[in-house]
Ligand binder design. Structure first.
Ligand SMILES: *[C@@H]1O[C@H](CO)[C@@H](O)[C@H](O)[C@H]1NC(C)=O
Ligand SMILES: *[C@@H]1O[C@H](CO)[C@@H](O)[C@H](O)[C@H]1NC(C)=O
Ligand SMILES: *[C@@H]1O[C@H](CO)[C@@H](O)[C@H](O)[C@H]1NC(C)=O
Ligand SMILES: *[C@@H]1O[C@H](CO)[C@@H](O)[C@H](O)[C@H]1NC(C)=O
Length: 305
């Protein structure tokens, strides 16, 4: 008995040591490397739509004010933006989720196909390839798979599988209900305790303004210009009459740019400030993560201006 339990403890120590060794640490990536990479991601954002989006920030507001200081919508989007190859594949995902975190997500075959089509569209893009190379080179993504006979094989799907898991894997925020995912939280929005959470994507924001489900109530603080690649805004809004007192998002960037940038920050600066550089400006990206059944998922990700 004693020897047996000792043996199990040894295995546990060895396993956790392996898990630790397989995870590159934040020290392996410098702030300067993150700044260089983020500028390269923005420069490579070929599905960027900034020239097709007009931003009308209007009046200022604050976290505590409930006044609506912006009678008009924030975003006016030319319809061609929605037919950019990756945005076209993003739109069908918008009705795949129930906003309440206490309601379980039901995933149909069609929804799984839509998710696959979106990943098929974004994974080969230059921004995702750059993020992949960076995370593989730095040891955050392991492409070597050990076979049962002890030799190794290259796993070309390692990055795609990781992206699929951290963004689309369902997890619970409440009552053990599988009602959330990183993608739903960031690229759509969620309702928890009658409050809006997440909601950091301009495409969904614009669609919900057009559907009269969203009332933009004003800007908070200065915007950050990304030159001809768009901007970062901070603001307040009501979604289906529930308030998000403060929020921020990129405007005009492609979904793959946001997934690439957030994923790099998720791996290299998990749960903390990720210092990137965009259009020559120092910008912080914030990511939050959750552990569920030994796996790490995106809890949230947004530009923290
Ligand atoms: C962003 O901020 C700058 C500087 O305050 C301002 O000139 C510009 O009009 C703002 N952009 C928008 C779209 O409101
Ligand atoms: C191990 O298995 C793989 C796949 O079955 C095979 O290609 C490889 O040659 C094997 N390696 C050894 C050392 O037997
Ligand atoms: C969570 O579970 C508790 C206990 O079963 C229940 O009282 C509560 O209403 C649930 N919350 C939600 C949001 O469903
Ligand atoms: C941007 O960040 C770098 C490195 O962290 C720093 O050296 C530089 O002074 C910062 N620039 C500005 C304008 O804050």
């Amino acid at each position: 008995m004693e020897i047996r339990s000792c043996f199990i403890v040894l295995i546990l120590i060895q396993c956790s040591f392996h898990a630790f060794a397989a995870t590159a640490s934040r020290d392996s990536v410098t702030d300067a490397e993150l700044q260089t990479l983020s500028e390269a991601l923005l420069a490579a954002d070929i599905n960027n739509c900034a020239n097709l989006v007009t931003v009308n920030q209007q009046g200022s507001t604050s976290f505590h004010s409930h006044r609506d200081n912006a009678p008009l919508p924030l975003l006016t989007v030319q319809s061609t933006a929605y037919s950019k190859p990756t945005i076209e594949k993003l739109l069908p995902l918008h009705n795949n989720y129930v906003a309440r975190v206490s309601d379980a997500e039901v995933v149909t075959t069609q929804e799984t196909q839509e998710e696959t089509a979106f990943l098929d569209a974004i994974m080969p893009t230059s921004v995702m390839k750059k993020a992949e190379k960076f995370l593989v080179d730095k040891g955050f993504i392991t492409t070597r798979r050990r076979l049962s006979n002890g030799s190794y094989r290259n796993n070309n799907r390692a990055f795609r599988d990781a992206i699929h898991q951290i963004w689309f894997g369902l997890y619970s925020r409440e009552n053990n209900t599988l009602g959330s995912s990183g993608f739903e939280h960031v690229f759509l929005g969620e309702i928890k305790n009658e409050k809006v959470q997440g909601f950091h994507n301009w495409v969904f924001f614009s669609k919900e303004e057009q559907n009269n489900n969203l009332n933009y109530k004003g800007k908070i603080g200065p915007n950050v210009s990304l030159g001809d690649k768009g901007m970062i805004v901070k603001h307040k809004f009501d979604w289906n009459s529930k308030e998000k007192p403060i929020s921020s998002m990129f405007v005009g960037t492609s979904p793959e740019f946001e997934i690439a940038l957030y994923s790099v920050c998720f791996y290299t600066r998990p749960g903390s400030r990720c210092p990137v550089k965009l259009n020559g400006k120092n910008v912080s990206v914030a990511t939050h993560y959750l552990y569920r059944q030994g796996k790490r998922y995106v809890g949230s990700a947004f530009p923290d201006i």
